[in-house]
Design a protein around this ligand. Sequence first.
Ligand code: NAD
Length: 357
Amino acid sequence: MQATICVMPGDGIGPEIVSQALLVLGKAAAKFGHEFTKVDALIGGAAIDACGVPLPEDTARAAAASDAALLGAVGGPKWDAIDPAIRPEKGLLAIRKHLGLFANLRPAALFDELKSACCLRPDIVGAGLDVLVVRELTGGAYFGEPRGIETRGGEKVGFNTMIYSESEVRRIAKVGFEAARKRRGKLCSVDKANVLDVSRLWREVVVAVAGDYPDVELSHMYVDNAAMQLVRNPSQFDVIVTENLFGDILSDEAAVITGSIGMLPSASLGEKNPGLYEPIHGSAPDIAGTDAANPLATILSVAMMLRYSFALETEARCIEDAVSKALSQGYRTGDIMEPGKTKLGCKAMGEIVAGLI
Ligand code: NAD
């Protein structure tokens, strides 16, 4: 296949990790006979320095015109003191909005080789940990109206509105079911239907959508129980689909269990391409420019791109297997280093993975 990828390295370790991810993508493309054309674009602090804004129009246009977008990370101390309206992180929010990305997919998988980094007891993670959290990204309490702080009865009150329309629930539920279909066929919808009306509607719509996915096993769980089950018995989950606020918390919880921030990819999807793929970590200014960053989260983000934007499952698996093999052969970056393993820099790790494609 032929596709155009908008590449936004961003700041800090962004350029280092993105170039290794592109090296691996290039190897996979050559192996399977695909042609990916790369369009470079500025975002975050790099864009502020060059154009005065964190998301220049050229970048927004290039990303929208591409088939998928790859982002490194944005931000850093250099831009901490500038006008909050044009901070680097605003570029991230703006590109998500510009591309209409309403679904955030965050896999939290524990590689066998990294079990010692996991913060749960070995008997708990013994059955494996491979959860995908599908979080609704543009609705719920973070965006609902009315919202604000006002004075009522002589004291201040603060309020937000957790609101979802049927169509908003339907489209995120579909993403959850489709993702479960590509995995182990189990979807757990997380809500608070015992207390919240908005959750009752959520559940009703999810159950209706399930009619189109008889091959996917649907279950429901209250969010408080889900938070507990993630640490008590995470192997029971395949895909979790949930609303924005619950997903914000549960996806971080699922991620931290794996113990290695440098290993976790993400995808943000809209109704159609381009989806946006990026590691979940930030720009790590403390190690930027030292070749110490772990490029695996970004490499795994490219695997997600192949799976979710281009339906290239074999190619995605090939990249994930190469990462697994690099780990089982004992290669580690500093953040996941253990005694007896071979410590590599960012570039060398990228080259090892590319060599294993
Ligand atoms: P961070 O994720 O950048 O770093 C946290 C810690 O993890 C640091 O010690 C860092 O060295 C380490 N780390 C992160 N990624 C790593 C990797 N790939 N390999 C090895 N070690 C890694 O979070 P932070 O320090 O809170 O934020 C730094 C900057 O990044 C801030 O400006 C913040 O706003 C921004 N940020 C951006 C994003 C994004 O672009 N999506 C996300 C989070 C934070």
